[in-house]
Ligand binder design. Structure first.
Ligand code: AMP
Ligand code: ZN
Length: 119
């Protein structure tokens, strides 16, 4: 399948891994938007939040457990962090394999909503 994150799961494209188990992979974002910026992905190819099915819900729950664990390992549990899923064009989703951004390590500011270039 021609999917960047499936290739990262397969290992044909390298990544800087933080955590891996049977269902989930976590790696550093190539263009960090904060001092800590990792991507948490299911190994299963799910194109976006819109395609998450009932049978996927255990993996979605596990992603939250892994986010909690990775945040602790990266030292941001107490200082705080943000877990973000971008879905579809208005969500600015660029990679069509479900993923959650975990951002931290600095004050991230309030969510700004509509960007000036899209008003
Ligand atoms: P999104 O805009 O929510 O679809 O996020 C996709 C994210 O994937 C962006 O933050 C990119 O910087 C990141 N990204 C793209 N290519 C790679 C790569 N090869 N390794 C790690 N992160 C990547
Ligand atoms: Zn994929």
């Amino acid at each position: 399948m021609d999917c960047l994150f499936c290739k990262i799961v397969e290992g044909t494209i390298p990544s800087n891994k933080v955590f891996e188990n049977e269902n989930i992979l976590v790696f550093h974002d190539i263009t960090p938007a904060a001092p800590i910026h990792v991507l948490i992905i299911p190994k299963k190819h799910i194109p976006s939040m819109n395609e998450v099915s009932l049978e996927d819900l255990p993996i979605i729950a596990e992603i939250h457990q892994v986010a909690q664990q990775v945040a602790s390992e990266l030292g941001v549990s107490e200082s705080g962090y943000r877990l973000i899923n971008n879905c579809g064009p208005d969500g600015e989703q660029t990679v069509h394999h479900l993923h959650y951004h975990l951002l931290g390590g600095a004050r991230l500011g309030a969510l700004t909503g509509i960007s000036s270039s899209h008003q």
